[in-house]
Design a protein around this ligand. Sequence first.
Ligand SMILES: Nc1ncnc2c1ncn2[C@@H]1O[C@H](COP(=O)(O)OP(=O)(O)OP(=O)(O)O)[C@@H](O)[C@H]1O
Length: 309
Amino acid sequence: MRYGTKDVLRGVEFEIRPNEIVCLLGPNGAGKTTTIEILEGFRTRSAGEVEVLGVDPATGDEDWRARTGVVLQSWRDHARWTPRILLRHLGQYYTPYSTPERTRPYDVDELIKMVGLGEQADQKVLTLSGGQRRRLDVAIGIIGRPELLFLDEPTAGFDPHARREFHELVQRLSELEETTILLTTHDLDEAEKLADRILILAAGRIVADGTADELARQIAGKGQVRWSRGGEQFVDAPADATRFVRELFAEYGEEIADLEVRRASLEDTYITLVQQHEGGNAEEAADTIEARSSTETHSNTDEAREGGR
Ligand SMILES: Nc1ncnc2c1ncn2[C@@H]1O[C@H](COP(=O)(O)OP(=O)(O)OP(=O)(O)O)[C@@H](O)[C@H]1O
């Protein structure tokens, strides 16, 4: 994707399998929204090949569009409508695309309950709080019972309770409705909790692709071991934490106290990558990961896929 003379995305390559929940992460301006908008058919790419539900989004017709759902970063229309009337109205557009396997649209009352807008269903949209408005955005995105749902920062502005409810909703859509979900977020806990697979976009390319565990192993690699001995604190980051701890006990036995072993978190992984990116080493970061992926982790990934949903 090129804007003017600036290449925003280059060599972005990934695949999403049916029924997966995939989180797209990356710093501000990395190109997440641009990527999602190309997949939604809202933005025309400069080059490359894209296929969504078997169709090039640039030529996707109404049939194709009815099979996808979109929650944009923000939209502020229909201030004087109520959620119930708005959802009823938008739902009608999906009726012609109903199939025996997938009845369209959702029942509005059921949907309102599902997104937790029961009490606000009949009040004007302009009176909704930010979080309630976002719930309505989500309801609008799924009113047509999509097979594939795009969510661009869906939980921005949610309180912790609303966030948890939203996570349950996403899991429910995936498990009960067999909806494939691609979402962007800056909340790494959310990504770790929800995603079957995480993609990290930096410097216009995908620099990591795997489960949270796989990424932690690939990039940050090492765990951190802390302990104390004779009142003195120690910290180390060995390649094999289990072996390190075994050797530590073999050498010092009962002298070891306050032992703490921490695996690299998704945040550690993410920060490592973004720092490489910000230092202008994104190419190197991507190459490192590609090289590691091809030598170490493909069998893990394949196992995870087979054992996954
Ligand atoms: N219409 C446009 N014309 C020119 N440049 C654009 C346009 N839209 C986006 N960009 C640029 O493309 C880059 C990627 O933007 P994009 O919105 O896709 O990033 P993002 O990863 O979604 O960021 P954020 O996390 O802040 O939402 C940015 O540098 C942005 O300035």
